[in-house]
Design a binder for this molecule. Sequence first.
Ligand code: CP
Length: 313
Amino acid sequence: MSELSVNHLLGIKHLNPQDIELIFKTADQFKEVINRPIKKVPSLRDITVANLFFENSTRTRLSFELAEKRLSADVVNFSASSSSVKKGETLIDTVNNILAMKVDLVVMRHPNPGAAVFLSQNVNSIIVNAGDGAHEHPTQALLDAFSIREKWGELKGKRIAIVGDILHSRVALSNIFCLQKLGAEVMVCGPTTLMPKYIKSLGVQVSHDLTEALEWADVANMLRVQHERQDTRYFPSIREYARQYGVTRELLDSLNKEITIMHPGPINRGVEISSDVADGDHSIILQQVENGVAIRMAVLYLLAAKKQMEFSA
Ligand code: CP
């Protein structure tokens, strides 16, 4: 297969395993490109991309921008805080005005779950979801699975524990979909209050004991507690949370096994992960960030190529 089954990247839910494998194979090639002295290819030379960020971001925003520039696309960046959204302009009006400037592809982060699907149904452009509220973060899940594949070989049969604030996490949901489509087993671990009620219907194992989860897992993906999405107190204190669900060097040493530690960022050092683990030899956190550029290059390239093929058919 050399073509994606989808016209947009709205969520991992909409991809099939062949789509994910195609993205990985394409990212393998782009990873080689970005490690060359000349990191640029002309693949998207006639394409203009708008990055629309209605929510804060460091990694995703810079990673998309670098991916676009390394593919030779023209890039415009939009930040809601300094735009006419503040004067009451709707999302559809905002995007249609940007598209009128001959933009071909929109990358959007938005606080509302479903915003990317809504946009894809209401404007005429390729849409890439860069995170929509607590719903999905598809490129994060793709770069996470790609990083596990790089470290452990194929995903089939691997055991991945996702630890922390599952309730508010788009990374958790996209990772669950992606890892299961690739044949991995998934366990979620965290306090009962940070676990969605429907979690078992996703076919994952559930644990409230970090040591048990780490003993089971080949890989642990440590998530940040998302205070900005919390409307009430979900645990007694940060200190209590860190004691029960924070991964430390002592805990890893006590396991006496090979285990890989991941984190999507931003990290709260001393809360979900200690500094010596974040910076230590179990951690592949910066490899995840590096792989993010190659994965996003692959996604943008494959979506633009599919559109191009439709035009020329
Ligand atoms: N992982 C992630 O989405 O980080 P940012 O919020 O900094 O983009």
